[in-house]
Design a protein around this ligand. Sequence first.
Ligand code: DUC
Ligand code: ZN
Ligand code: ZN
Length: 473
Amino acid sequence: MRQFDLVVRGGTLATAAEVFEADIGVRDGRIAAIGLDLPAGTEEVSAKGMIVTPGGLDPHCHIEELSADGGVHEESFASGSAAALAGGTTAFICFLPQWKGHSLAASAPGYERRALQSRADYSFHQIITDPTPEVLEREVPALAARGVQSLKVFLTYDPLRLTDAEFLRVLATAKRLGLMVTVHCENFDAIGWRIEALLAAGQTDPIAHAWARPPVVEREATYRAIALAELVEQPIQVFHVSCEAAAAEIARAQARGVKVWGETCPQYLTLSHADLLKPDFEGAKFVCSPALREAGENERVWKRIQDGTLGVVSSDHCGFSFATAKRAPGAGGYGQGGATARADGTPAFNAIPNGVPGIETRLPVLFSEGVSKGRIDLPTFVRLSSANAASLFGLGGRKGTLAPGADADLVLWDPDAERTIHNGALHHAIDYTPWEGFAVKGWPSITIRRGEVAVRDGEVLAAPGSGRFLARG
Ligand code: DUC
Ligand code: ZN
Ligand code: ZN
């Protein structure tokens, strides 16, 4: 019997700390050895000319989410995980919903059963929208014991948002149980006030979404979330930072020793108001929250990646197709201010479901705009794409690393491959990509998940149901 089930041979390995030449020997789905001239494995994969990174970990994506009105996001676990793997992401964390007025157990029945169809490894953050004593004192501890070790709260969206008093109770519970709290930071009342004024002035186009949610509403809520977390002495992760104003609040808090981390997404690094202004309702394809900013903001967010303020790039993938959900006023839950339809039947800006698809394009866009264009080096790419999220969310040593004992989740990047992104070539279930026609340099040609070749040259080989639930510590 050979020592290794698989040897990935002759690649340039990139970890969160260094870049070096080596082979990787895999046994029983885990990395067994890293070194030069390893003995032959039962299976051999050549990585000559390739960069080998840990598999991506996308710690923020909405997959097959169920809303209380009976709706379900169009992206299924089978399709979303195929897209993840094809884009170099071997594990993701999505959301267990809580419907207001319901216990955790009674919200989204059957959701965990749906997740069994995943081809990639997966875990959950628990959304808390209704922090009753029963939820905080009984249900959350039981969930934590099952390995769901992080909570998500919204400071905007009705009926998802928490008041400050509710948020404080969630923070205190997380502190008691040692959980991470992730936060969507925007000021609900300020957005509502702006929406009312814009609608009264007859502004209904998708661009008004950005006018209703300017950077100051994100900055205020980011500051408030940090201040309340500081009061409780509970670490938080600020999700999807879109602008310098919010990032600066995080940097200031980090400088005074507060345990706050920041995440951003490829949309805030590459897209802008110009996209929201596209004619024929096409701007709806770019409605997400926080909103896209003016073009100059992209480079300011890159600077906050470069100075270490923002340490994670997630997709915030949402399954809303242009032909269906994006045109259904109020559908999908993530909207604010009522279901206002316009004369042509399309929704006014405030009723367009918020969210863009990006689970497959996250890493190619980050690699190309970051590594290939010289904005970041390879270890930074690894930290942003997997390693930092793994340590923040209790998967350190298992995901996001190339080291003996870690899961053999590997991505072989062809750094010279030039591609143009087209939706037809993607594996998600959504009918568009915000990066249609976007040119990238660098492409994940082989994705290996726990020692098995899951994707080769765009063909997804991993079967639905082959992903595993990741209980986190
Ligand atoms: N932002 C989005 O754009 N969609 C879903 C949730 C969120 O916070
Ligand atoms: Zn959010
Ligand atoms: Zn989200």
